[in-house]
Unconditional design. Structure first.
Length: 267
């Protein structure tokens, strides 16, 4: 494969905002002038695919100058071997023709998800700011609030690194855990999450960055096929306010944390 940078958005738990993060990262990268491909292997939900379809279906799509990625959905069938071959073929094509490929994965342990994770140069794991959701990364003792051991998803990420090494690729993956849907209340929960994630990051090798706050606008933007970046246009029903400005700052910080701005500058 060529040197296209592969960004995998992954978490084995559903409802963490993977597709929202995927779409916003994609549109951000397109806005930087990068050639972006996207792959949706979340067959049951296919949220990213529908998000892009909603965007393309807008009557003002051309008028607003909206951009979409070169998108492919790779839903699983009853033939795992054929499914993996299709994903490999898609990855090879996109890696040869794009600067960045963003892959949205299902919220479950699935053979296509494991294969997709093994191609990640950057793995972004959105995690709701909740001790319940932390369980996907680690088992926590409820009495001492200390980490007992890494959980199933962390072990899967470790296994995919070995898969990369077996293919002759670098096993180093820039793993980013994204504290997503940050609430404005429950300071004790926030402090516990900060401490546990800091401890866990040292043990299993990821870095923690702030994510996107819990905002109602994300739900309405999905149906409209819009992202925060599109609010620079005057769009009926989406008047820019201070909450939107803050959300755009969060998104800007996320894209900077992924670190693909240098690629755009070099291009």
């Amino acid at each position: 494969m060529s040197k296209a940078h592969i960004v995998v958005i992954g978490n084995e738990k559903g409802g963490t905002g993977k597709s929202t993060v995927s779409m916003h990262v994609i549109v951000s990268l397109l806005g930087m002038g990068l050639r972006v491909g996207s792959i949706d292997i979340d067959a049951r939900q296919a949220t990213l695919t529908r998000y892009i379809q909603n965007r393309q279906a807008r009557k003002d799509f051309a008028q607003l100058g909206l951009q979409v990625p070169d998108h492919v959905a790779v839903p699983p069938t009853t033939d795992p071997a054929a499914d993996e071959a299709r994903l490999l073929e898609t990855m090879e094509r996109m890696s040869a023709t794009h600067d960045v490929v963003v892959m949205d994965t299902p919220g479950s342990d699935h053979y296509l998800s494991r294969l997709g994770h093994s191609f990640a140069d950057t793995l972004v794991t959105p995690l709701n700011d909740s001790l319940v959701d932390l369980d996907v990364l680690a088992r926590v003792d409820p009495l001492t609030m200390k980490i007992i051991r890494p959980s199933h998803y962390a072990e899967m990420v470790w296994e995919t690194k070995k898969t990369r090494a077996m293919r002759g690729e670098k096993a180093v993956v820039d793993w980013i855990v994204l504290r997503n849907r940050l609430a404005h209340l429950d300071a004790r929960n926030k402090q516990s999450m900060e401490k546990l994630l800091a401890d866990l990051s040292k043990r299993i090798g990821f870095r923690v960055v702030p994510g996107l706050g819990e905002r109602v606008i994300y739900r309405s933007m999905f149906l409209e096929g819009l992202t925060l970046l599109d609010l620079r246009h005057k769009i009926p029903g989406f008047e820019l306010n201070m909450s939107h400005v803050a959300a755009r700052q969060e998104l800007r910080a996320l894209v900077e944390a992924i670190g693909l701005g240098k690629m755009a500058e070099a291009g």
